[in-house]
Structure formats: C-alpha cells, structure tokens
Design a protein around this ligand. Structure first.
Ligand code: URA
Length: 458
C-alpha cells in the first residue's frame, strides 16, 4: 500500500504494517529514519520496528530507501581541498578483524585519500573505534573540518559517526546491538552504506565475512548481502566491490583492543609472524583494491604490489603514526608496546587433548572476547582496552595436550572463568584436520552483482 502523501504518518501504523509482512514505501521508511535521527520516535518503537524488519525482512526497494534515508538523516562529508579520489573499506564484522589499521595507512601511503568512518563493537564482533581508543588521547570524534584536515595531512583518518553524519545509523546501530536484530541483510546493508555514502566516497571496498564468526555464516547469504550492498552503493554513485572472506577462525592472532593494534603495528614494522600471515595477506588484497579504485593502479593485483612495497619500506607505518598523532593519540605507547599492556588478570589455556584444531565456533569466541571486558554488554558502557584473547594455535594446526592454546586477558580474576569456558566449548580438537577454506572467495562487482541477486536463495 502506498501511503497517502498528504496524510500524516504514525509509527503505530508503520509498525503494524511491517509486523504483518507489508512492504513499506519510501515515505514511511524516511519517517522511521528521520525519527531515529531526531529522537521523535521512542526507542521502544524503534526496537519493535527493527524486530519486525528482522523477522519479515526488507525488500530490495525497502533496503535502498532505508539506506538513502539514513544517509540523508545528517549532513554529507564533502571535502573541498583533497584533490584525490576518496576510497574506503568496510567489513561486515568479524572477530580479530583489524585490517582497517593496515589498509587505511597503506592506501594513504599510495596516494589515495581514506576517509574512514567506523563503528563500535557490535554483537560478538569488535569495533574499530574501541580499539583505537586504547591509544591514550586518540580522538574518534572529530568535526568534519578536522576530519578533512587530518586526511589532507596524513592521507587517512579513522573516526566514528558524529551527530552530523548518518545519525540514524548511530541510533539504530546501538539499538540493534541490544535487541538481537543485527543479522539481517537489509539492516546491515543500510547501516554500512548509510555512513559510507554520507562520506561521499568515490570508491568502496567491502569485506563481507562468511563462516562461523560472520553475521551471515552461509556463503549464499553472504553473497546475497555482498551483491545487495554493491548494487545499492553503485546505484547511489559509489564504485564498489565486495570480497567474500573467511571468518571460520579469528583473523590473525589476537582479538581485543590494544592487542589488535600491537599485531598491526608489528606488521607495519615489517615483522612476518606466521600467526598474522592471513591478516597481512587479506590487508594487502583489500588495500590493493582500494588503490585500484583510487586510480593509483591499473589492476587490484598492481595495487597489491604497491601496498606491499609501502608495507616493506615503512611508508605505511609512517602514515599510521602520523594519523594517530594528528588525532591526538600518544604515539610513544608504541615505543614499548609490551610494557603499555596492563591487563587486570591473565590466564593461559592449554590444549585439553592432542589432535588437529578442527572447528572453531568463531561467534562463541567473539562472545568470549567480549566477556573478558573487551566488549560491552550495555550501550555506552566503557570497554577495557587491555582485555582480549591471544590465540596460539590456528584452525587445522596440530596441538599436543598441555601445549598453550590461548592467553586470556580480562579486567578482573573473576572475569577469566566465563571466557575460558566459552573458549573450550567453541573449539573442536579431533583426529583429522578440517577442510581447507580459502581466505578470499567470490568477488562481487557491479558487473556480476545482479546475477548473484537473481540466483540468491532465501
Ligand atoms: N558494520 C556496520 O557498520 N553495520 C552493521 O550492521 C554490520 C557491520
């Protein structure tokens, strides 16, 4: 039913319509997004709407309308003086997913402007902003003028949503986290793209996770989300590519806040520990696409080469430190990263039997990380920068009983127990190694997105 443009809208009617499986029109969707942004719709009503949308689903038209309405719920970032193409990367959310700290400075070092607007921890996944705030003084809330000035100076800036940029997402993102309404393709698409499109990007690289730690675990569902986001962003004028990437285990070695920054800075300093090889490789692939969309390389493969050169010669490290400094962060904490790390309590968990690390329930591992104090249970709660989990064995590794498997850092002694139990329950050690899962699967572009959408299974 098309709502009558003359008659006033009421949230109760919109709620009833969505609850009963009706399709909302553009005007009704705009009403919800505006009400979320300006506070004229109560939280209880927004939460009910999110649950109705989660259960009933959002059509492609509804998703597009919601994305654009949320984008338009605030101002747009329209830099005047950058003189470069602007390209960003965004992940659909994972555990130990810290590529932003590598791809932003690497792409910046290769001549691309990276205005990155990131989020906080959501569900079982970590948040880029929470991790950055582990650096004393780092400001994630900049004005748009400051944001542009940092990008002009350093090539990249990573900030959070402001009251000005996509404020509807700011409100809905926090509510979804506490109302079990995260894992829905339409809501994820609108959430991610509203802030990316508000940033006025020329290019966007989407890292869409699949596997046990992804919001949408099945490859078909992740492909659908990826294609939905590519088609929606392209129709709004941003050149977009989506890569399906593996989240059947945490990415890299650590999941938490400070420990994730440490891992990235070690890579930016040229280290190549085996446990971070997947993180290094994925970051170079994503940065390669960013550099390609930024027109600094003919192909994504040539972009990869440029990104790797910037990693090897220290240009990426310099760009990272410059950005941290420009945003008020104390870069001296990176001089001695180990002594800065002061967790309240530490526990080593040893392998409880010998065999291959077969399956990891990475979502449960994400909740284990959250329960260390690294994530929050209620919106607005502080997080512990020093909490998290370091994994010493990866999927398919052979472990001997008693060998260190993981180190848990928690805020207090009492907070060690739950994560350790969750961790043991999340890992299967068996006699045979698991099936190989590639780091990167399908690549979805504007050329093939419609095919994926047509073939999507519900
Ligand atoms: N990242 C976002 O910004 N939003 C989501 O819904 C999921 C991941």
């Amino acid at each position: 039913m098309q709502s009558n443009t003359a008659s006033p809208l009421h949230m109760i009617d919109i709620l009833r319509k969505k609850r009963d499986g009706g399709a909302l029109d553009e005007r009704e969707i705009q009403f919800v997004a505006k009400g979320a942004a300006d506070g004229s719709i109560q939280e209880a009503e927004l939460a009910a709407w999110l649950m109705a949308a989660w259960i009933r689903g959002l059509s492609r038209d509804e998703t597009r309308a919601l994305t654009l309405a949320m984008r338009d719920s605030g101002v747009k970032f329209a830099p005047k003086n950058l003189g470069k193409r602007t390209v960003d990367k965004h992940s659909s959310g994972g555990v130990g997913d810290k590529t932003s700290f590598l791809v932003a400075p690497l792409a910046a070092a290769c001549g691309v402007a990276v205005p990155m607007i990131s989020g906080r921890a959501l569900g079982h996944t970590g948040g880029t902003l929470d991790k950055l705030e582990a650096i004393p003084g780092y400001r994630t809330a900049l004005t748009l003028a400051e944001f542009e000035a940092v990008i002009a100076k350093c090539g990249a800036s990573i900030i959070g949503q402001t009251d000005q940029l996509a404020p509807a997402d700011r409100k809905l993102y926090a509510l979804r986290d506490h109302t079990a309404t995260v894992e829905n393709p339409g809501l994820i698409c609108a959430s991610i793209l509203s802030k990316k499109l508000a940033a006025g990007l020329n290019g966007l690289v989407l890292d869409v996770k699949t596997g046990s730690g992804a919001f949408l675990r099945r490859v078909e569902d992740a492909e659908f989300l990826a294609a939905l986001m590519v088609a929606t962003a392209e129709s709004a004028g941003t050149e977009t590519v989506a890569l399906l990437t593996d989240m059947s285990q945490p990415l890299g070695r650590g999941a938490g806040n400070w420990i994730e920054l440490v891992e990235c800075v070690e890579l930016l300093r040229g280290a190549r520990p085996a446990w971070s090889e997947d993180l290094r490789e994925l970051s170079l692939i994503l940065a390669g696409w960013m550099i390609h969309l930024g027109r600094k390389a003919e192909t994504p493969e040539a972009g990869y080469q440029l990104a790797e050169a910037a990693l090897t010669d220290g240009a990426g490290l310099a760009a990272f430190m410059k950005m941290v400094d420009a945003q008020g962060g104390d870069v001296s904490v990176f001089d001695n990263m180990e002594s800065f790390h002061k967790p309240g309590a530490t526990l080593e968990v040893d392998a409880w039997q010998s065999g291959y690390v077969a399956e990891m329930d990475t979502t449960a591992l994400g909740w284990a990380v959250q329960r260390t104090g690294a994530g929050r249970e209620k919106a607005g709660e502080p997080v512990d920068p020093h909490a998290g989990i370091l994994f010493h064995a990866r999927r398919s590794a052979h472990v001997e009983k008693g060998q260190p498997f993981a180190t848990i850092y928690a805020t207090t002694e009492a907070m060690l127990l739950e994560p350790s139990e969750l961790l043991r329950g999340a890992i299967t050690i068996s006699a045979n190694p698991p099936e190989f899962v590639p780091l990167v699967g399908s690549i979805i572009t504007r050329e093939n997105a419609e095919n994926y959408l047509r073939n999507a299974v519900d």
